[in-house]
Design a protein around this ligand. Structure first.
Ligand code: ASP
Length: 284
C-alpha cells in the first residue's frame, strides 16, 4: 500500500508529527492486510484516519474557501468491481471519505455534490461536524490564506490486498482559499482517483491540471493498453501535468504490488508498505 499527505512542502516546517503519523498508518495497514481485509476497506480507513488527525488539509485539517466555508471533496474506487463513490463541495460532515463510501455502498449514484450530498450524509447517519470550531484552521482569514498561497495537503491511499484487489481513496479541502463552489480533481474518478484491475491511483497537486490530463485513469491506461511499467506511466503523466504548467504528485500501485510515488513539486508527504514487508515514510 501507499499513502500521501499532499504535494508541496514548506521547507521551514518540521514534519515530525506527519511522518510519525504516516508510520502509524503503515502499521495499521500492515495489520489489516495480514488479516485479509479488503483493499477498499483499508484505503477508506487510512484516509479516514488522516482526515481525523487534523494534520493534513482534509477532514479536520481542512481550510476554508474564499467565503469562509468548509467545502470538502472525496472519492473511493474499488478496482475489483469498478464501483466508486464521491462527494464534492460537501459541508458539515467529519469524514467526507465515509460519505463517499456510503454513496458507493448505499446509493445508485457515483457522485453527489453540495446540499444533496449533505442531505444524503445526514440520512445515512454519518457524523456531522458540531460547528466550525472543530476544524483546526478555524479563524483563518480567507484573503490571508490566498495571499499565503499554501495550497496543497490532500490525503490519499492506494492498496493491493491479499486477494489481488486494488482500491484507491482521496480526500481534500482543495486548494487553500479556493473559490466557493470550486471542485478539484480529487473527487473526480479518472482525474484524482482511480482503481481498476491493473492499478490504483491517488493524485495530489494543482487539481485543474490533473482534471485536464485525466491523470489517474491516463496512468492506468498507459499500464494496461500501452504496456508501460508503473514508473514510466506515472512519470509520463506528471510530465504532461508539468508541461501544462501544473505541479503535484501521485501514488500508484499495480496488480503485482509495484509502487510509484513520484512528484513534480517542491515535495510530497508519502509512505509505503511493500510486498516484501519493508516500509518507508518521508517528506521529500
Ligand atoms: N488536488 C487537490 C485539489 O486541487 C489539492 C491537493 O492535492 O492538495 O483540490
Amino acid at each position: 500500500m501507499a499513502l500521501h499527505g499532499g504535494a508541496i512542502i514548506d521547507p521551514e516546517k518540521d514534519y515530525g508529527s506527519e511522518i510519525a503519523h504516516m508510520r502509524e498508518l503503515v502499521e495499521l495497514a500492515r495489520k489489516q492486510l495480514a488479516a485479509g481485509d479488503a483493499a477498499i476497506d483499508i484505503a477508506s480507513d487510512i484516509v479516514r484516519e488522516m482526515e481525523m488527525s487534523g494534520l493534513y488539509v482534509a477532514g479536520r485539517g481542512a481550510s476554508p474557501n474564499d467565503e469562509g466555508w468548509y467545502e470538502l471533496d472525496a472519492a473511493v474506487m474499488d478496482g475489483a468491481t469498478a464501483r466508486g463513490g464521491a462527494v464534492a463541495a460537501l459541508q458539515g460532515f467529519k469524514s467526507p471519505v465515509a460519505v463517499a463510501r456510503a454513496v458507493m455502498e448505499s446509493s445508485p449514484h457515483v457522485l453527489l455534490v453540495g446540499r444533496g450530498a449533505a442531505g444524503f450524509a445526514q440520512r445515512s447517519g454519518l457524523e456531522p461536524v458540531p460547528d466550525d470550531g472543530w476544524y483546526t484552521h478555524v479563524g483563518s482569514d480567507p484573503s490571508a490564506a490566498r495571499r499565503e498561497n499554501r495550497p496543497f495537503g490532500t490525503v490519499g491511499c492506494v492498496v493491493l490486498d491479499r486477494s489481488g484487489r486494488l482500491a484507491a481513496a482521496t480526500s481534500t479541502a482543495g486548494i487553500f482559499g479556493k473559490q466557493a463552489g470550486r471542485v478539484g480533481d480529487s473527487p473526480i474518478l479518472g482525474a484524482g482517483t482511480w482503481a481498476d484491475r491493473f492499478c490504483a491511483v491517488s493524485c495530489t497537486g494543482h487539481g485543474e491540471f490533473f482534471l485536464r490530463t485525466a491523470a489517474a485513469v491516463q496512468l492506468a491506461h498507459r499500464v494496461h493498453y500501452a504496456g508501460q511499467n508503473l514508473d514510466e506511466a506515472a512519470g509520463a503523466v506528471l510530465r504532461e501535468v508539468r508541461t501544462l504548467g501544473g505541479s503535484g504528485g501521485l501514488i500508484a500501485i499495480d496488480a503485482q504490488g509495484r509502487i510509484a510515488m513520484p512528484f513534480v513539486s517542491a515535495g510530497m508527504k508519502r509512505a509505503a508498505l511493500s510486498v516484501d514487508g519493508s516500509s518507508s515514510a518521508d517528506v521529500l
